[in-house]
Write a protein that binds this ligand. Structure first.
Ligand code: 1BN
Ligand code: ZN
Length: 317
């Protein structure tokens, strides 16, 4: 949707709150980083790291299922696949009905919980559905990469007691529009979960919401999104710089509507890590050319390790 995307200058520029975020929510997000966030000492223990080959294997297996739009056989297969990998991870299933332009469709978010010793929750999310009706579309990057990378993060976190905040990994459903991207035909899973968490009192415990979307492109250039929270983007940049990956981050500034928005509107600090330049001028996006051959395990490793390093930095703040 062109209305949702503003390809801005090719260099980072000061971010300003977008009109889509209410002034009060924006104020809460932009002005309330966790106490001492910028000046604290690094935490004692080293950050975890991902296994790039295993991450790529997860992506391969997800993509081998074929198209995964809501209501499809592929979607049900992927749900079973997620369950089989996450059953030991305090898995919560958040089933709901999406009211779409083509009628009511079953949808489901998956939440795997890795408890920490500190109060608070760091969320890492990505969507697992593919676009609704396009023949021969397997969505290797959008959404195979986020689905597989989150599974790898689960593998990295599993069985390792956490000193910091709890980490919740969230596989969001029904990000894609069923007909055409509008406020009501998109982001079904994230809108549902943000409302549920608000209701349950979870929102106020969330220290940061990190979103990964389209993170597998071999030519990795994560955009700086102006709907994300500046202090959290700065933390991501610091993590990337510590790992020597800064050249893959934030050379271009864009404004994107994605699964982070419902949480931003609820006052949560959010960062969308998305590479919205998939092939020259994004030509592979939402086309049958979104296939595995365009992806690289190295890109999954870069984003995965930057996410883990970001969690590590947040743990110490
Ligand atoms: C990202 C991947 N998005 C959909 N698939 C969100 C988006 C929607 C990005 C409209 C740009 C325009
Ligand atoms: Zn998409």
């Amino acid at each position: 949707m062109l209305g949702a995307l503003n390809l801005g200058a090719c260099r980072p520029k000061p971010a300003t709150p977008k009109a889509e975020i209410s002034p009060s929510a924006a104020e809460a997000i932009f002005e309330n980083p966790p106490t001492g966030s910028m000046a604290s000492l690094p935490p004692a223990k080293a950050a975890l790291r991902v296994n790039s080959a295993r991450a790529m294997q997860y992506v391969r297996e997800v993509v081998a299922i074929g198209p995964r739009p809501i209501g499809s056989a592929g979607h049900r297969k992927l749900e079973a696949y997620l369950r089989s990998h996450l059953h030991s991870d305090q898995l919560e299933e958040d089933g709901f009905t999406a009211a779409t332009p083509v009628g009511a469709l079953p949808a489901r978010n998956f939440i795997a919980k890795f408890p920490g010793k500190k109060e608070g929750i760091i969320v890492v999310a990505g969507h697992y559905d593919t676009i609704y009706s396009l023949n021969n579309y397997v969505g290797a990057n959008d959404s195979g990469s986020s689905t597989g990378l989150l599974l790898e993060l689960a593998s990295a976190l599993r069985g390792k007691p956490r000193e910091g905040e709890s980490v919740w990994l969230v596989w969001l459903d029904a990000e894609e529009a069923v007909r055409q991207w509008t406020a009501t035909d998109s982001l079904y899973g994230s809108r549902h979960l943000a409302e549920k968490w608000q209701h349950e009192g979870t929102t106020k415990k969330i220290k940061a919401f990190l979103l990964a979307d389209m993170v597998g492109d071999a030519d990795l250039n994560i955009d700086r999104d102006q709907n994300s929270t500046p202090w959290l983007l700065d933390t991501v940049r610091e993590a990337a710089t510590r790992l020597g990956y800064q050249s893959h981050f934030f050379a271009r500034t864009i404004t994107i509507e994605d699964d982070h928005l419902p949480f931003a509107r609820a006052g949560v600090a959010v960062a969308d890590l998305i590479d919205f330049d998939y092939g020259y001028n994004n030509v592979f996006w939402h086309t049958p050319q979104d296939t595995l051959d365009k992806l690289s395990p190295k890109s999954l490793e870069i984003v995965g390790n930057v996410l883990l390093e970001t969690i590590h930095l947040l743990d110490g703040r």
